[in-house]
Ligand binder design. Structure first.
Ligand code: B1M
Length: 210
């Protein structure tokens, strides 16, 4: 088994001590940090996402893997060049106005960070105008809206309308998600994509960013 396979396996198995030891050993053996990130860790998080989609891994394990991955990224960060640190486009994510649920949205943010994207997590109860202002400020290209309540789903449409009115719609891809949200709702409100879970949200964002 290669050192990358072992790192991937330790991450998927949420074995933190082994994971950190393997990453440090790889660095001592002069393995480039970018290879450890891409071939070991990011690949591992892709597998975690697939296992979550198929029901072979559950939310607490996924959160744990994302946390351990973030710990390894902290070890590697000083050794990565600027281009390698930010592989993807800037992503904005927030729960729409009126909605205070943030566990799923944070999971999506963590999966995207783990996949190498530069994520700005705006929080919960976010006004459409704040999304618009932050798109400009963060030069974001991917916008992720989360809603967990049927009563706040219409706020997703209002947020998209505000982005259209601001003249920024052509510069961004808008993804929506959250337990009550569906693909047909996403189509109806003019979103560019829908994801039912954090793994597929991360995959979709990566695909749309390229
Ligand atoms: Co609330 N709540 N809640 N709640 N809550 C639900 C959503 C509810 C289904 C419970 C129920 O009645 N069975 C119900 C909604 C009913 C409806 O609208 N159809 C409900 C209600 C009614 C309410 C209140 C109105 C209750 C009240 O006060 N009377 C109130 C509303 C407050 C508000 O928001 N204004 C309320 C409050 C709360 C708490 C504050 C107590 C707490 C939230 C704590 C927090 O988030 N920090 C809470 C919780 C915990 C829940 C449940 C139990 C769990 C939600 C959760 O975290 N799931 C929920 C019932 C349930 O879902 N079983 C419920 C785990 C999480 C990992 O999954 O969020 O679905 P989820 O995220 C997934 C996907 O949906 C997707 O990826 C995630 C990971 O795979 N995803 C995205 C999420 N966002 C995405 C964005 C994307 C892509 C994918 O962007 C591209």
């Amino acid at each position: 088994m290669t050192e990358f396979n072992e790192i991937t396996k330790a991450l998927v198995e949420c074995d933190e001590a082994r994971l950190i030891r393997l990453v440090n050993e790889a660095l001592e053996a002069k393995t480039p940090a970018v290879d450890i990130l891409n071939q070991g860790l990011i690949y591992g998080m892709d597998i975690v996402g697939e296992k979550m989609e198929s029901g072979d891994m559950f939310i607490p394990e996924v959160l744990m893997a994302a946390k351990f991955m973030a710990g390894c990224v902290e070890i590697l960060k000083p050794l990565l060049g600027d281009d390698e640190k930010i592989r993807g486009a800037n992503v904005l994510i927030g729960t729409v106005k009126g909605d205070l649920h943030d566990i799923g949205k944070n999971l999506v943010a963590m999966m995207m960070e783990s996949a190498g994207m530069n994520v700005y997590n705006l929080g919960v109860d976010i006004e459409p105008a704040v999304f618009v202002e932050q798109i400009k400020e963060k030069k974001a290209r991917i916008i992720c809206l989360s809603a967990l309540l049927t009563t706040t789903m219409p706020m997703m449409k209002q947020t998209i309308d505000a982005i259209v009115e601001s003249g920024l719609r052509d510069r961004v891809k808008i993804l929506v998600g959250g337990a009550p949200v569906t693909q047909s709702f996403a189509d109806e409100i003019g979103a560019d994509g829908f994801a039912s879970d954090a793994g597929s949200a991360s995959k979709l964002a990566k695909a749309l960013a390229n």
